[in-house]
Design a protein around this ligand. Structure first.
Ligand SMILES: C=C(OP(=O)(O)O)C(=O)O
Length: 530
């Protein structure tokens, strides 16, 4: 069964009560939270037990649990004003109880499949049947049934009880974090990295998170008092002075962000859906500088069509109501690869340009309303931007995320309406590091700063707005350097909006600081300019 029990059951037998223990990890999302540890794990998918009735009961329980999870998620979406999305999620609830699905699961178990495999086989079979009928609505249902199957077969366990909980896991995906409810006060991961998308989402939701804590974390029994310190990067077992259980409330910024010496910087937000946009606007964001549309489709079984994009976009655009809405077209690839693209190596805009129908469908859904602009991920050269230009009248921005693209910043700026530096990927590419591995993100390294400066120079030469939307945009060490290099827009996690705003307003002499940093010979010199 689930590895929730793997912690050994009675924690009193292993830890003297009240003995505080600090496990070192890495800070992934700021803030401090405490609650009862709750382990989420992937289940060991044991082979067929030999007892078909037991396997069938296990499969039915898994489908029921998946249906219950989707009901809870739909309720939350409805409360968030996303009624249409809630309706979609609820179709999964009906499917989970569908007698035809139950019969297919039973048949698969009779053929010798263990419960999780039987669920996948049955849902895939039903999805294939739906997809074979030439009807776009049924094709969407096929996606839904496949995603239901994966959810049920993975046997994730949602915490039960009022909370607050600190979620403990080996690793989590971005969607897992996005759907956490208010009972979860913080997250501690044994693995993971501060730049992974799960961490990006946690920061957006203002959910304290530490990653890379290591195996001892997974030995904690459910219910162990646990604090996460997302500022220092610690998980504290049996904390002596538990911090307040709930996540830190975001402060509110007001008025435009202008440095003391008069540089105006627009503070925008990174978001994946309406919940983060709401938090960001309430904290004083002027709009969205990066909407990560791909995160809504990580479970997709095929390229989303125009209707699916519209359903994803409408609640976000409604909240923004004409403010800046920077919609990034699907940035699939790497850790954001849906099952149907598993064998694909292309990423970002290159992948979309290989599938022009998929790109056109999304651009059509994005439209050209006031405030809307389109962002292209992993642009390689001017030709990428020009190829997209043929499909839309919306302003086009190019993301500069590789050293190669930075070297071509001038030709890219010439054909773009604005540029946006993805410092997470750019830093990893320039330094040859893995952004998803535990470790610090060294965007302040002069080799990275030199690329940022080159892009800033190109943007300036062509009169283009320059945005930074990677994590560096909210890093207090980087904000002075970025502003000093001429960055006009900082797009940050919703929970960082107010702090970024305050950091900009406190700034003076940024341009001189940036010159000093660029002159530094190594990362240590760069850090010394902080
Ligand atoms: C903002 C970026 O893109 P992603 O969504 O991949 O983090 C980045 O790489 O800095």
């Amino acid at each position: 069964m689930t590895d929730r029990a793997a912690g050994g059951g009675d924690r009193a037998g292993r830890e003297p009560a009240g003995a505080e223990r600090r496990l070192r990890g890495l800070a992934a999302s700021p803030g401090v939270a405490a609650g009862a540890a709750w382990r989420v794990g992937t289940v060991e998918h044991a082979a067929h037990s030999g007892d078909a009735a037991a396997e069938l009961a296990r499969a039915r329980a898994a489908l029921k649990r998946a249906g219950d999870e989707l009901t809870a998620l739909a309720d939350r979406l409805r409360a968030d004003g996303a009624a249409e999305q809630a309706d979609i999620v609820e179709t999964g609830v009906l499917m989970a109880a569908d007698p035809a699905l139950d019969a297919a699961v039973e048949a698969s178990i009779a053929r010798g499949s263990p419960a999780p495999q039987a669920i996948i086989e049955a849902t895939d079979q039903l999805a294939d049947t739906l997809a074979a009928i030439d009807d776009p609505m049924l094709a969407l249902r096929a996606d839904d049934v496949r995603s239901l199957g994966r959810r049920a077969a993975s046997e994730r366990v949602a915490p039960s009880g009022p909370g607050p909980f600190v979620l403990v896991a080996q690793d989590l995906g971005p969607a897992d974090v996005a759907e956490l409810d208010e009972r979860v006060a913080g997250i501690a991961l044994a693995a993971g990295g501060p730049s992974a998308h799960a961490a990006v989402i946690a920061r957006g939701l203002g959910l304290p998170m530490v990653v890379g804590v290591g195996a001892p974390l997974l030995e904690l029994a459910d219910g162990t008092p646990l604090a996460v310190d997302g500022d220092r990067g610690d998980a504290v077992v049996d904390p002596r002075d538990p911090p307040p259980a709930r996540r830190r409330a975001a402060a509110v910024a007001s008025g435009p962000a202008v440095t003391r010496d008069g540089l105006r910087v627009r503070i925008l937000a990174n978001a994946a859906g309406p919940a983060e946009v709401r938090v960001a606007l309430a904290a004083g964001a002027e709009g969205v500088g990066l909407l990560r549309t791909e995160l809504a489709f990580l479970d997709a079984a095929a390229w989303p069509d125009e209707a699916a994009h519209r359903r994803m976009l409408e609640p976000v655009l409604a909240l923004l109501a004409g403010r800046t809405a920077t919609v990034r077209v699907l940035d699939f690839g790497g850790d954001k690869t849906p099952p149907f693209l598993r064998d694909t190596t292309a990423r970002g805009i290159a992948l979309l340009l290989d599938h022009p129908g998929a790109l056109a469908a999304q651009l059509q859904a994005i439209g050209t309303a006031d405030g809307v602009r389109v962002l292209l991920p992993l642009v390689r050269d001017a030709a990428d931007v020009e190829a997209v230009r043929a499909h839309t009248q919306a302003p086009l921005g190019a993301m500069i995320e590789t050293a190669a693209a930075a070297a071509r910043a001038d030709e890219i700026a010439a054909v773009s309406d604005f540029l946006s530096i993805g410092t997470n990927d750019l830093t990893a590419d320039v330094l040859g590091t893995d952004r998803f591995a535990p470790g610090t993100v060294a965007t302040h390294d002069p080799r990275v700063l030199a690329r940022i400066a080159a892009v800033a120079h190109a943007a300036q030469a062509h009169g283009r707005v320059l945005e930074v939307c990677g994590e560096a945009a909210s890093d207090p060490r980087m904000i002075p350097l970025l502003v000093g290099l001429g960055v006009g827009e900082l797009s940050v996690g919703a929970a960082r909006v107010a702090a970024t705003h305050a950091a900009v307003r406190a700034l003076e002499g940024a341009a001189q600081l940036a010159r000093t940093a660029l002159a530094a010979k190594d990362a240590g010199g760069g850090a010394a300019t902080r």
